[in-house]
Write a protein that binds this ligand. Structure first.
Ligand SMILES: CC(C)(COP(=O)(O)OP(=O)(O)OC[C@H]1O[C@@H](n2cnc3c(N)ncnc32)[C@H](O)[C@@H]1OP(=O)(O)O)[C@@H](O)C(=O)NCCC(=O)NCCS
Length: 140
């Protein structure tokens, strides 16, 4: 039996190709797949970028935006639908939290369907705060 945990490679600062990124975002029906230039530039300019690969195939990705000291925001985390429930999202976020886990404020905007996931890995609803945005997508 394949040991899936060891088959998945988690890396910081991996190089990414536009086509594999678009495939992963489109597979999850994320609207930023329709803005490939901005999407790849945004990922590459993040404070941190974590990828998950199985035999070279990009199966998960997450980025972090941060001031490097106090605050981190996690804009994107997604795992290919064929690989959901295999511990990949947890491992990506464990890598991120290895870097930012001691920061005073660690924020994200959770899709309602992913609430249970984030609660399992230690996030909670953000007190009395309410997320606000100006959003150019059509997928929420
Ligand atoms: C949410 C997401 C990143 C989770 O990644 P994943 O690799 O499938 O999650 P894991 O396998 O690491 O799951 C870890 C735990 O969370 C649970 N979990 C995973 N997704 C869940 C969900 N949507 N709701 C409730 N629990 C969930 C798992 O059952 C597992 O529990 P266990 O430790 O008791 O076995 C992934 O499903 C995904 O990419 N979804 C689409 C994009 C998305 O919604 N991203 C987050 C938006 S902000």
């Amino acid at each position: 039996m394949t040991d899936l945990n060891s088959a998945v490679e988690i890396n910081f600062d991996d190089s990414i190709e536009e086509s594999e990124v678009v495939d992963l975002y489109a597979a999850n029906a994320w609207s930023s797949a329709k803005k490939p230039n901005e999407l790849v530039a945004a990922l590459q300019n993040s404070h941190s970028l974590v990828t998950a690969r199985i035999a070279g195939k990009l199966v998960g990705i997450a980025n972090a935006i941060s001031d490097g000291h106090l605050v981190v925001y996690y804009p994107h985390l997604l795992v290919h639908p064929e690989n959901h429930g295999q511990g990949i999202g947890s491992r990506i976020m464990a890598a991120m939290r290895g870097r930012y886990g001691s920061f005073h404020q660690q924020m994200l905007t959770a899709d309602v369907d992913s609430l249970g996931f984030y609660e399992k890995i230690g996030f909670e609803r953000a007190g009395k705060t309410i997320p606000m945005w100006v959003y150019g997508g059509d997928d929420h």
